[in-house]
Design a protein around this ligand. Structure first.
Ligand SMILES: Nc1ncnc2c1ncn2[C@@H]1O[C@H](COP(=O)(O)OP(=O)(O)OP(=O)(O)O)[C@@H](O)[C@H]1O
Ligand SMILES: [Mg+2]
Length: 303
């Protein structure tokens, strides 16, 4: 059996009356990309801080490659990109990455490779105070790449990045995981993650409310599909009576149906023959799925 890179079993942590984590069990295997989602204050950073050994858990077990958080072995295995990373403005990108490489006793060659990987090689000798937000985030990633980490903990690494930079960022994450490193990254939304992570874990008020690949979350959320039917103007009343929903304009009707009833509805639409001009299906958006998990409350599960 492969050794888990991160093993978390029933970890709880409170701050006074605030239960930041409640019985969280979350494993990450080598080469896996796991996204940790959750609202502000859901407990994402707290979990990272426990894994890093910065903060003890009140109860439960957390191991990094079988080692105690904060131990020499665990620290050597982890790279961390904190939320709101800030570097001294007067230092160049290369100086900053070199500093982290020294701390991790990584080979000097790692600095150049990391900077090239995040496309900062050309700006490497510029002071990072002159970098754009996206460049600063990439510099943060470069510092996390040195030393060949087995586990990358990235706390909201894409906040403030434009869509193209996000895409590039996830490409780099995939490259890293293809080489066998595990990546646990936190984020606020599902919509940026489509097909970019192997598994999605969602925290809600410190509890893990979902932990599955996106396709499974989509299925288990069982949210309705929206169907839009455009008919000839003289048939629109008939279509509306038949399927319910709402009329959008003189020729369009929109209604919702449960996923298992999709084919049955499509067959009924086809039966209307020439009265129907067009059909559009919209599956639930990723934002809707995320809202479903982060807002739902399972009776009896909250303490
Ligand atoms: N050192 C601390 N002292 C007191 N409360 C804390 C401390 N650290 C975290 N908390 C509380 O624990 C809860 C979880 O915080 P955490 O920072 O883990 O959330 P988060 O999911 O990272 O949120 P965000 O998306 O805003 O970064 C919050 O209610 C927070 O106020
Ligand atoms: Mg946080």
């Amino acid at each position: 059996m492969t050794e888990l890179t991160l093993h978390t079993k029933k970890v709880s942590r409170s701050f006074g009356s605030v239960a930041a984590l409640k019985d969280v069990s979350l494993d990450v295997e080598p080469g896996e990309r796991v996204a940790l989602l959750g609202h502000n204050g859901a407990g994402k950073t707290t979990l990272f801080r426990i894994a890093l050994g910065f903060l003890p858990a009140d109860s439960g077990t957390l191991e990094v490659l079988g080692n105690r958080p904060g131990s020499r072995e665990a620290r050597k295995a982890i790279s961390y990109l904190p939320e709101n990373v800030a570097f001294p403005k007067v230092l160049t990108g290369k100086e900053i990455v070199s500093y982290y490489a020294k701390l991790k006793k990584a080979p000097v060659g790692d600095v150049r490779t990391a900077l090239e990987r995040v496309e900062l090689a050309e700006a490497a000798d510029r002071r990072c105070g002159t970098y754009s937000k996206g460049m600063r985030q990439r510099l943060g990633l470069a510092q996390a790449l040195v030393g060949n980490p087995r586990l990358l903990l990235l706390d909201e690494p894409t906040s403030g990045l434009d869509p193209l930079s996000r895409q590039r960022f996830y490409d780099i994450v995939s490259e890293i995981s293809n080489k066998g490193s595990a990546v646990l990254l936190s984020s606020h939304g599902l919509s940026e993650l489509e097909a970019r992570t192997d598994r999605i874990a969602i925290l809600r008020h410190g509890k893990l409310v979902a932990n599955a690949p996106l396709s499974e979350l989509q299925k288990s959320a069982n949210l309705p599909i929206r169907i839009r039917v455009r008919s000839t103007p003289d048939n629109v009343d008939h279509v509306h009576r038949h399927f319910g929903g709402q009329r959008l304009n003189g020729a369009m009707v929109e209604f919702k149906c449960a996923p298992p009833a999709k084919m049955e509805n499509l067959a009924a639409i086809a039966d209307l023959g020439n009265a129907i001009k067009d059909v559009e299906l919209s599956p639930p958006s990723l934002d809707e799925i995320y809202r479903h998990f982060s807002a739902q409350e399972k009776p009896g599960r909250d303490s």
